[in-house]
Design a protein around this ligand. Sequence first.
Ligand SMILES: NC(=O)c1ccc[n+]([C@@H]2O[C@H](COP(=O)([O-])OP(=O)(O)OC[C@H]3O[C@@H](n4cnc5c(N)ncnc54)[C@H](O)[C@@H]3O)[C@@H](O)[C@H]2O)c1
Ligand SMILES: [Zn+2]
Length: 373
Amino acid sequence: MKSVPVYLLPVESNSYEVLIGSNLLQRVGQDLRQQIFGNPGNYVVITDEHVQKKWGSALQQALAGLPLHQIVIAAGEQHKTRATKESIEDQMLQSGIGRDSLIIAFGGGVVSDLAGYVAATYQRGLPYITIPTTLLAAADASIGGKTGVNTNMGKNLIGAFYQPRRVYIDIGFWQTLPKLQLQNGMAETIKHAVIKDLPFFRWLEKHAEDFSAGFTNTNLELWKKLACKNVEIKSGIFQLDEREQSGQRERLNFGHTIAHALEKASNYKLLHGLAVGLGMIVEAEISVKLGIARPKDAERLRALVKNYGLPVRIPHQLKVEDIITHTKHDKKSRHGEARYVLLAKLGQVGQIASDQGFVEDAIVRQVILNNQA
Ligand SMILES: NC(=O)c1ccc[n+]([C@@H]2O[C@H](COP(=O)([O-])OP(=O)(O)OC[C@H]3O[C@@H](n4cnc5c(N)ncnc54)[C@H](O)[C@@H]3O)[C@@H](O)[C@H]2O)c1
Ligand SMILES: [Zn+2]
């Protein structure tokens, strides 16, 4: 046997900045003109039809004069597929987009997951930046480098870890978001508070009414603070465990074992954030039943979810046995057993049930039934 060593230089840093504010499209234009990402021959904007309609011309204006190629996909989770990825890639190839190009993901989480995945694999990798336009994407999807697509077998099953070069979070985009989409992002925001930051949780309790007013001249600073907190908390966690290897990143999945099962049981009719709100309530109560969390904390969490207009009762059409079965087929389950991130107290989650000990089906069943409409 012979052994030939392969020596590689250390990987270049994947670190990047997340800029948060208003009117940031101007800043994007400025950064590109100053060539802070090099001097790409082409900028490929990937967006969806809704974002294109509402904000496409603003982006065009901000980037006027730069060599832009625009690819507009159909909106919606059902289009986050390999087929859409292939169609984007074909359009890029036909337009002669080469390795000297930069991708701009302009949209919600569907766009950033897809565009990031195209960036990861197109001609073995192009740099990309993200401009999230939904609260959910700003809070969660656009940072952290998880990219990918769904298949018929489940969500996000094919993908890559691939970090953007910069993220531009402009709260102004949220003004055109339907209320349901804002609530969708609020659930992940509440999750961030619950898992890591009690003062932020209290702050959300205090401002529920201010936020329910949507966007007013007086609450922009609140929205900005909310955006910053989300980024601080999420990045504070995933930068310790970029590829979900040490268990740190898993904390971000609080509420998600049940949420994913509810989404699946509803055939994805239930929006992810709404499912996360319900999932957090159920998983907090499971933690109470296991003697890990205090009932008062679970009650405060339920009240906060409710005050942000999110549902707190599981639709009765969803069958409890289906929900339990789906928890066991989640991407994160091991040896056929569901894994739960358990609540310790508000601002802290930790213990993962399943490796240390299973959560009995009877407990999960009882908590689900208690919370069903
Ligand atoms: N990669 C990650 O770490 C991560 C994390 C969380 C979620 N996700 C993924 O994100 C996706 C969900 O993201 P989403 O909730 O942003 O969904 P989305 O991208 O489908 O956007 C929701 C809807 O809002 C529209 N929209 C977007 N911006 C708008 C605006 N400013 N005004 C009006 N309408 C606008 C979209 O066209 C779409 O119809 C899921 O696929 C989920 O798996 C990924
Ligand atoms: Zn989520």
